[in-house]
Design a protein around this ligand. Structure first.
Ligand SMILES: [Zn+2]
Length: 185
């Protein structure tokens, strides 16, 4: 599957087959992508790596992007833009984005933590680029597309309108994208 675009957390190989190289990390014998990029499985050297091309990719209002949540505060979440939808190029403009609490859900919410959490991977639309990147997740196709349990790191599964950790048996609220858990970019 060399050449496909991978996201942070995507399982790309096992340690029995390959040595983990740049852009990857290993957990329990499996190799995962640690960044967005193009997967390279080098058969001769038995190396698995994720490479990121350098071509510029400046964001503009209306772009659909993927971000990872860095922090949640009272009135907003801060995030890092990691990829642009439908583009294999990395983002070269400012990658720090803010998601204001009023821009998260079509329903009223005053609790950022009930919608997104640190490390969530989120699909969002750019609504401002000046002076900094601002995003919204109000549409049905926008919101969290992948999330791990904050306690045990198990990938959360969809349950009703929120998420559920099968290991901790704990439900967690989120503003989900309509295709949560089934995302390819
Ligand atoms: Zn858990």
């Amino acid at each position: 599957m060399t050449g496909r675009t991978v996201l942070p957390g995507d399982e790309i190989a096992t340690e029995e087959e390959y040595v983990a190289d740049e852009g990857t990390y290993v957990k329990e014998g499996r190799i995962y992508a640690s960044r967005v990029g193009t997967l390279v499985l080098d058969e001769e050297e038995s190396m698995a790596k994720v490479v990121t091309p350098n071509a510029p990719n400046v964001l503009k209002v209306g772009d659909i992007i993927y971000v990872t949540i860095d922090d949640t505060r009272k009135t907003m979440a801060t995030a890092t833009a990691v990829a642009k939808d439908g583009s294999r190029r990395c983002i070269s403009s400012s990658t720090v984005a803010t998601l204001h609490v009023s821009k998260i859900s079509p329903d009223y919410t005053d609790n950022v933590d009930a919608e997104v959490r640190k490390l969530d991977l989120v699909r969002a639309r750019v609504i401002g680029v000046d002076p900094s990147l601002q995003i919204t997740t109000k549409d049905p196709h926008l919101g969290v597309v992948r999330a791990q349990c904050g306690r045990c790191k198990t990938e959360l599964v969809r349950k009703g309108r929120g998420l559920y950790c099968p290991k901790c048996r704990r439900s967690q609220p989120r503003k989900l994208a309509d295709d949560y858990g089934d995302v390819a970019i």
